[in-house]
Structures are given as C-alpha cells and as structure tokens.
Design a protein around this ligand. Sequence first.
Ligand SMILES: [Zn+2]
Length: 301
Amino acid sequence: MAFENIIGNEKMKELLNTSVANNNIVHSYLFIGPDGVGKSLFATEFAKMILCEANSGKPCENCKSCIQFSGGNHPDFLKIEPEDEKKIKIEQIRYLQEKIAEKPVTSSKKVYIICDSETMTREASNGLLKTLEEPPEYAVIILLTSNESALLNTIKSRCMKMNFLPISENQIMQYLRANGLGENMTENMLKLCEGSIGKALKVENEKEQYLQVEELIKKISKQDITQIWRQADVLYQAKENIVPLLEYMIIIFYQLLKKQNKMCYEKAIQIIEQTKKRIQANANYDMSIDNLLLRLWEELV
Ligand SMILES: [Zn+2]
C-alpha cells in the first residue's frame, strides 16, 4: 500500500491507489484542503506511483523512474511553487508548457504539481488554462490549493476535485509521538492545530509560550490586577506573534464554557476577540494588553 507514511485522509489513499491500479488517471486534479494536511505529500507520492515503471500499486523504489524521482532529478516530473512576491508567474507556466510539450523520457507519463495554485497571476492562470484545455495525452497536472475560491472557474471545471480533510487530534498526537515530540502537548494546544500537521509542529516549537498563557489565565481570578500585569510578559513581548496566543486564549475559554456554561467565559471570549481586532487595526500594543487583562480580570474575579 502506498501513502503508508502519510497521516490521515485514508479514503483519499484508497481512491488514489485504486486509480493507479486501474490505470484510471485523469489529466488534471485539484487537491483542495487547509494548509498542513498533507496535500503536497499526497501529490508527490501519487506522482511517484504514476511514474513508476513497475506498476505494482506502490512505488517499487528500484526502477529507473523511482531512483530518479527519489534523487530529485526525474526528467518527467516538475513541481512549481510560488516565487518572488509569493506568486506563480507566467514565466513559470511558460516553462511548464515548454517541458510538457516534450515526450516523456523515463516514464510513460509526465507529472506536474502546482503548489498554492491560487497564487497564480491572471496571466499565469490563463496560460495554464490553455494547457488544461488541450493537454498532451501523457500529461498529468495536479493543482494544490487551500483557497479554492481564488481559482478561475474555467480552471476548476477542468480538474477532478479531491477534498482533503483536517487530521484528527488523535492522529496528530500519534504523529508527534512517532517523531519523539508532543510532550506536554495539552488538549487545548491540539485544538489550536486545526487538523494541520504543519501547525502542530509550529505549536510544538512554541509550546513554552502556550503553557505560560495557560498559567496566566489560571492566575487571573486569584490575584490582584497589578500582579497579573507583572506576570504577563508572554503577552507583552509577543507583539507581531500575538494572534495565535489570543486564539489560544479563546480556545481555553471556549473549553471552559463547554464545561460550565458561565456568562463570564462568554464575555472573556468577546473581550479577546475585540483585542485581536484592535491590535490588528494598529492600536497601541501595550495599552491593548493592559486593557485586555484588566477586563478579563474584572469578568473573572
Ligand atoms: Zn518504480
């Protein structure tokens, strides 16, 4: 079975496996789903399966194709990613068109992956559309996106849509443990990951901050406001990284609200939401945090 090293989206694994086994591969796919759920890993493994000469249902790792693929120099494979200004430009699509016109060298097909395809400029989108309208018979193009609505309808209508789901909290935990991580990862932190392995790794890296926020919230109802302000360095120092910490506070209060339906938790969530908006609108940072803590303290004591 291929895709065995990828977490989650089991149905998708079955679907892609079956399409390779039955040689039922279409010219263009659109992989849709949030960032960090494995779209790129899936697409890469799928490409390797399609290109493998052994045709055994999973990459054989022994044929010329698999060896070239693993070495990063397969002549029939190309991955396009946003470049300067985080855009995919017409020059990149022109290069794809040039390459796709040449017959495959090693394999019987050629596979192209376009990451973050919603970042294509209008010119690039229109260029790609021409290729999607009349692809060479050996071509497979896989577009990845976390924002389907930003793609041209004419592009979407030519692709087979595949929806990727967020990874479950259990599977995220399993993944972290398998990689020697996840110690002290709380239930609240798992909620913050929103089903994304990418986010989970980020949360893992910044765990200390989240633990401090959790500690601070526990103290709010028990201490004087001046003491609370003094112990809130984690918030005062976060500055441009404050948003995930505020979102984390919202998760904490939301979980409390689920356990005990108290008005003060609902108010706390509103206060944090307002602070987030205020900071995003460039209000004075320290004053916003002072005010946030004061208002939470008034609600919770
Ligand atoms: Zn192979």
